[in-house]
Write a protein that binds this ligand. Structure first.
Ligand code: ZN
Length: 555
């Protein structure tokens, strides 16, 4: 600490030594804002009681999806009235003074009339949004000794400040509250609307503030009510049920396997066969989000601005169904400040890619790495971000350009050249990552009439949860079984081993295709409650890759 500087008990830093003569007068005014010494009519401010006062208020900021703790340091010192903001603010942060100073005036408080320097530390991290407004306001009040800082020593504050002194909700409240808690805060002042969301952080006493005055009253020693956490969203609200799907025994079975082992799924079939209907029922089959997943998804959706502030934890798995005309940034994420793509928004949930063949090839290829690693890495303008992207992909496509290949009544009119051009639209590596590839035939009127309603989602889910429990005991979902453990967890008998050899030699399977089929076979065995992967389970798994094998055989 520099000589003469001492830390007060209230967290404010003050210079004890009096200012040197000649420096204790701040001069303001003059025509046109220019300062000219000796001009008549300039107003000399009373000498500051202290040379310089620094107030430090804990807050948090966002950059993209990421919330991080920020120390807001406000220094009010001698010099021309002015305002300097440092710490890599973006445009919305830079406007803080234009919001906060009028708000202080309109609340009956005094904005500092000396030189103000605000530092948002860490200075090296970019910041966006208006979450630091409240901290800047409280820092300015403390540095001008209008409020004591004692209570802020273990507290934090964030929120946007309106011109009339109202404190507004900010995007990403959950993440911001976690960030200040990580930084050691035990109490938090934030907008009343988002307080129930902030209160989801257990170790934080959250005090809602409607207006700036509330925060001032609290700092002056009055008590504010403590917000209680928002109730969680109902888990099973209105999810479409699998019982609505008629027939489609194979597709239903594939959906169950997909949900049980978190394998990616491709549905190929003519328009109207019910591909979208099947896909929409996948989130309802998956088990509800557990505590940690729920926090991850809620934080992410809150930071992306997809949820109204103040809501509780999300329990339902997200289902994202983007249109194929979206951009790369829309799918993977990007921009400045970086915004998450649909893949990250589907984290812990389902990403449905309808009309897969209509997606530009570069877009699908961009999915390959995130699907493998479960994360998106973006490097933009010197800042790299990593977002979670562990989504279950379910894709659907027509069997041919006209859509009617294999339809019982309508004939396909495509030429062989059109067929091969169509097949080439989805690259091999992308197809390879879709573990189950199912043909969904169109049903005839008679078939529709004959079939009884299928099992309900609840019945399927009870089987599926048992299979998930077996995977939990192994510590990893089957779709994520590392190659090193594949041999151990999917030990094959002689007959099953012969089956894999035949699949490679005659079925056109690659080594990677076999490995993926093995993981699916593990899930089939788990659904059946079998310890070992039987020949039957493996045969079923191999059959689900027949589309790709046939395509590569035809190519
Ligand atoms: Zn066709």
């Amino acid at each position: 600490m520099p000589p003469g500087l001492s830390a007060g008990r209230d967290g404010a830093f003050t210079f004890e030594s009096p200012p040197a003569a000649g420096h204790d007068l701040a001069v303001a005014g003059g025509t046109g804002g220019a300062w000219r010494p000796g001009v008549r009519g300039i107003r000399a401010l009373p000498p500051p009681r202290r040379w310089s006062v620094i107030a430090r208020v804990r807050t948090a900021c966002l950059w993209g999806l990421e919330a991080f703790p920020v120390d807001c340091e406000v220094d009010v010192g001698p010099g021309l009235p002015g305002f300097v903001l440092v710490g890599l603010p973006d445009a919305s942060v830079r406007e803080v003074r234009d919001r906060v100073w009028p708000a202080l005036r309109n609340t009956g408080l005094h904005p500092p009339d000396r030189k103000v320097t605000v530092n948002l530390a860490p200075a090296g991290r970019r910041k966006e949004g208006a979450s630091a407004d409240l901290a800047v306001a409280l820092g300015a009040l403390a540095a001008t000794e209008q409020v004591p800082l004692a209570r802020l020593a273990h507290a934090a504050a964030f929120g946007e400040v309106a011109l009339d002194g109202t404190v507004r909700d900010v995007r990403g409240t959950l993440g911001l509250a976690e960030a200040v808690c990580r930084a050691g805060a035990r109490a938090l002042l934030c907008a009343a609307g988002s307080a129930p969301e902030a209160a989801l952080v257990r170790d934080l006493a959250v005090h809602p503030v409607e207006r700036l005055e509330d925060a001032v009253r609290w700092l002056r020693g009055e008590d504010l009510p403590r917000a209680s956490p928002a109730p969680a969203d109902p888990a099973e609200a209105e999810a479409p049920d699998l019982a609505d799907v008629r027939g489609q025994v194979v597709a239903r079975r594939a959906l169950e396997i997909t949900a049980a082992g978190a394998h990616h799924l491709l549905l190929v079939g003519p328009p109207g066969a019910g591909k979208s209907m099947l896909a929409e029922r996948l989130p309802g089959l998956l088990p509800p989000l557990d505590e940690r997943e729920s926090l991850d998804v809620t934080r992410l959706h809150s930071a992306a601005g997809l949820r109204a502030p103040g809501l509780g934890l999300l329990r339902r798995r997200p289902f994202r169904a983007p249109h194929h005309s979206l951009s790369r940034a829309g799918l993977i994420g990007g921009g400045n400040p970086p915004r998450p793509g649909e893949l990250s928004l589907a984290h812990h949930g389902v990403l449905f890619l309808d009309e897969l063949a209509q997606y530009p090839r570069h877009l699908l290829d961009a999915l390959r790495e995130p699907l493998e690693t479960g994360a998106v890495w973006l490097a933009r303008a010197g800042v790299s971000v990593r977002w979670p992207a562990r989504a279950l992909v379910i894709a659907a496509m027509n069997p041919c350009p006209c859509g009617w290949l294999g339809h019982p009544r309508r004939g396909c009119r495509c030429t062989p050249a059109q067929h091969s051009a169509f097949a080439a639209r989805v690259s091999g590596p992308v197809l390879d990552r879709l573990d189950l590839q199912i043909e969904v035939p169109a049903l005839t009127g008679e078939e529709l009439d004959r079939t009884l309603p299928g099992e309900t989602s609840a019945a399927v889910r009870s089987r599926l949860l048992a299979a998930r429990e077996r995977q939990r005991a192994r510590g990893v979902l089957n779709s994520a079984l590392p190659p090193a453990r594949l041999r151990e967890e999917c030990a094959l008998g002689a007959a099953a081993r012969k089956l894999t050899r035949d699949a490679v030699d005659r079925g056109g399977f690659s080594a990677r295709g076999i490995a993926r089929a093995l993981r699916v076979a593990r899930t089939i065995a788990d659904l059946a409650g079998e310890a070992a992967v039987s020949e039957t389970a493996l045969a079923e798994a191999l059959q689900y890759r027949a589309y790709e094998a046939r395509r590569s055989g035809a190519a």
